[in-house]
Design a binder for this molecule. Structure first.
Ligand SMILES: [Fe+2]
Length: 490
């Protein structure tokens, strides 16, 4: 009997031994909180913990469909015309490769009640099967919640309807207040598995958690399908990217305790600067959209707005789904947001009576950015629409733009409109780069290259003598504030 055969039998035995348990190795996610509702995302896994990070890697090979030639893996590449071939080292499989956490069938339910109310009755969902066609996930829409209230939530799993509960995750969230209240939030971007800075994930998660934010916004590039030794050239590997990332203990611990809004960008949809008609190997942009929704439970449509008390309204922009194709761009003005989203943005901004307007965008609207890029409103290719959008934003009082995507932190002011943009930076120092000038340009109020971090914001309510105020801060990965500014309401 050869070595790989032995391992094969062993892993089969392991699978049989654990078939009686439903686990939550990829944790839970609490998404899209409002004053009255929230979504609970859950997934059943075969094992209690993701596979170790020193395990074997799958081998991906790509061949040109026309010439049959080998195509080497390259970061940021899109394999538009490639036949992928996926193999595993002896004894390894999708279940056991580095960081893997394969899904499993079973049942799940959610229980919740106001926190600290030990005598309050739990509200319980019915038991539901997780969906094998959606990577063994299930989502629960909790409704009729009380505004401005902290809740305890518990997700229970069992392998079958007649089996006892085999895993429980307990978490917490807060609903949006309606009145003159405080608001605290965190914004992050760009986390790459290979660039993690702790064995258990990413230092920014405990740093953000320590601030006890009401909610967190991930602006995109939550995974990098097109980087490292394993590119997501098919659906299984795309799901593998999510499992190995959200199985990290620091991420699990954060997402069970803080509600999130997930926005997508290019690397967590398909590949660098990708467009709706693109494909890479056997994985398409359309499948990328489906996997993103399956793994992060965003609300629809993907452009949306959130009210958090009297003073704060946040807009989440969608930067990939409504882009014009490069072919259409030869005949028309290139668009990023698309006409429907732009009309919605103008309508909702005009209708808002919030004190502060915070626009969160997956890619920059002000910049500056590098001259060779052609992906966002800070780039030449989108100057017409960019100018129009910046003029629209400039008509609003107390408005600030927060952007992800760029791998350096900055605060800049558009010379033409005075719109201010805060770039939250990459999730780790190892992922920083892209901007080499260490001296600020005239439009920079702040510039920090070579380091990662995140942004936090907080709204102080108005008092009898003072208006409400919005404070924004850029943090390093350990949570230390490296730049801050407080904006009293105008
Ligand atoms: Fe990125």
């Amino acid at each position: 009997m050869n070595h790989s055969h032995t391992l094969g039998l062993l892993s089969l035995a392991t699978a049989l031994a654990t078939a009686g348990h439903a686990h939550q190795a990829t944790g839970i996610k609490l998404t899209e909180p409002t004053a009255h509702s929230i979504t609970v995302w859950t997934r059943i896994t075969r094992e209690a913990e993701r596979a170790a990070d020193d395990g074997p890697l799958p081998i991906t090979k790509l061949f040109d469909r026309t010439t049959g030639k080998d195509i080497p893996l390259r970061d940021n590449a899109t394999y538009a015309n490639a036949r992928p071939e996926l193999t595993f080292p002896p004894g390894a499989s999708l279940a056991t490769i580095r960081g893997a956490a394969l899904g499993a069938s079973g049942q799940t339910r959610v229980r919740y009640r106001p926190a600290g109310a030990a005598t309050a009755a739990w509200t319980e969902s019915a038991w539901r099967d997780v969906d094998p066609s959606r990577d063994f996930t299930a989502t629960f829409a909790l409704a009729q919640l009380t505004p401005g209230t902290r809740y305890t939530v518990t997700v229970e799993d069992r392998p079958r309807a007649d089996a006892p509960v085999t895993s429980t995750t307990t978490g917490a969230f807060v609903t949006a207040p309606l009145a003159n209240a405080t608001a605290t939030f965190a914004v992050m971007s760009c986390q790459q598995y290979e660039d993690r800075d702790r064995p258990d994930g990413f230092a920014i998660y405990p740093s953000m958690l320590a601030l006890k934010p009401d909610f967190m916004v991930n602006t995109g590039d939550a995974v990098y399908y097109d980087h490292g030794p394993v590119h997501a050239i098919n659906l299984d590997l795309a799901r593998y990217h999510w499992a190995r990332m959200y199985g990290f203990p620091t991420l699990r611990d954060f997402h069970r305790q803080v509600a999130s809004f997930f926005m997508k960008d290019d690397h967590d949809t398909l590949t660098n600067d990708s467009h709706p008609e693109d494909r890479s190997g056997d994985f398409t942009f359309t499948e990328g959209l489906r996997v993103f929704r399956e793994q992060t439970a965003p609300s629809e449509p993907p452009y949306r707005t959130l009210r958090w008390g009297r003073h704060l309204q946040v807009w989440f922009l969608e930067g990939r789904d409504f882009r014009s194709t490069s072919e259409a761009d030869r005949k028309q003005t290139p668009t990023i947001l698309g006409p429907t989203q732009i009309a919605w943005l103008e309508r909702t901004l005009t209708a808002s009576d919030a004190t502060f307007r915070v626009i969160i965008t997956p890619t920059p609207m002000v910049g500056p950015d590098r001259p060779q890029k052609d992906d966002n409103y800070a780039n030449k290719g989108y100057v017409v629409e960019g100018t129009k959008i910046r003029a629209l934003l400039a008509r609003q009082p107390n408005l600030t733009v927060i952007t992800g995507d760029r791998h350096w932190q900055y605060v800049s002011r558009d010379p033409a409109t005075a719109i201010e943009e805060w770039s939250v930076g990459p999730a780790t120092d190892a992922h920083a780069g892209g901007w080499s000038e260490d001296q600020p340009r005239p439009e920079h109020r702040f510039l920090r290259i070579k380091f990662g971090g995140f942004l936090s914001g907080s709204v102080a309510p108005s008092t009898a003598t003072a208006p409400s105020a919005l404070t924004l801060r850029l943090h390093d990965t350990a949570g230390k504030v490296i730049f801050t500014d407080t904006k009293p309401a105008q």
